[in-house]
Design a protein around this ligand. Structure first.
Ligand code: IPD
Ligand code: CA
Ligand code: CA
Ligand code: CA
Length: 267
């Protein structure tokens, strides 16, 4: 059974509560209001409602904690040491296309350190949780990153900046990295949810995952899942600034090999 700290319990309950109407929305996509934040960057009434429910539930249980959420930004609380980082739907494009691969992602930071994380796919009812020092779990199952040590046996996930996301030079660099990785491994997957990509690394399904240009809400919970499953998470310089948005998650054996491959490809 996973260890659920009181705060993690609150986060799990909030994700379940917000997940129920989200499933109803997913089954009636034609009723949603959809607007654009930028080219090919969509937000729907489901993203907004999910975020509202999550913030209400979390702040009701932990009044004063600060919140940083994708659709409404920073909400400063009186407690400066704790902050929830929320992505109400990670994988909005999948969601809006009826692809059942998206999730709710909630992380809790204490004094700038990730201490609790939840990634919840309401379609599959997969609840990934992690508490710093207490491991990562998928429902009742303890998670461990894959043990594969060789690139040719490895399945690697990534994300490629879509239209409107960053300059063309970044897209070109990502495509060069994809070419380098796909020609040395068992293959690449681009599933469209950074939080679930991290969760799949934690679960040993993917051997590694890298992406550039993410936001803290995309990956905060996922980073803790991977670390607590025994994996290594760094930025793409090999440093620890992972919430800035350039990320590589994998096991210790593959990390130096993948980092070199990705960095050399982008030069
Ligand atoms: C997106 C997903 C996607 C990643 C994008 C993110 P959203 O988040 O995580 O996999 O490639 O960069 O923006 O917008 O669906 O929450
Ligand atoms: Ca996201
Ligand atoms: Ca989102
Ligand atoms: Ca978004």
């Amino acid at each position: 059974m996973p260890y659920l700290s009181p705060a993690l319990n609150v986060m799990v309950a909030a994700a379940r509560k917000a997940g129920r109407p989200l499933i109803r929305d997913f089954n009636e996509l034609e009723h949603l209001q959809v607007s654009m934040k930028g080219p090919a960057d969509f937000v729907s009434s489901a993203d907004q409602r999910t975020e509202k429910i999550l913030i209400e539930e979390l702040v009701k249980a932990r009044p004063g904690y600060s919140v940083f959420a994708e659709e409404t930004g920073a909400h400063e609380g009186t407690d400066k040491t704790h902050r929830f980082i929320i992505d109400p739907i990670d994988g909005t494009t999948n969601f809006l296309h009826g692809v059942p691969h998206f999730c709710i992602s909630i992380a809790l930071e204490r004094e700038g350190t990730l201490v609790s994380g939840v990634v919840y796919n309401p379609v599959t009812d997969d609840m990934y949780v992690a508490e710093k020092g207490h491991g990562a779990y998928l429902n009742d199952k303890r998670l461990r990153v894959a043990a594969r040590k060789e690139l040719p046996q490895s399945l690697i996930a990534t994300g490629i900046p879509f239209m409107g996301r960053g300059p063309d030079s970044e897209r070109k660099r990502s495509l060069k990295e994809v070419e380098a990785v796909v020609s040395r491994t068992s293959g690449i997957r681009r599933f469209g949810s950074a939080a679930l990509d991290c969760a799949f690394v934690a679960a040993g399904r993917f051997d590694g995952y890298w992406e550039r240009g993410l936001n803290a809400w995309d990956i905060a919970a996922g980073v803790l899942l991977v670390r607590e499953a025994g994996g290594l998470v760094t930025d793409l310089n090999g440093g620890s600034d992972v919430l800035k948005g350039d990320i590589l998650c994998t096991n210790e054996a593959l990390h130096p090999q993948l980092l070199k491959l990705i960095r050399d490809a982008g030069k």
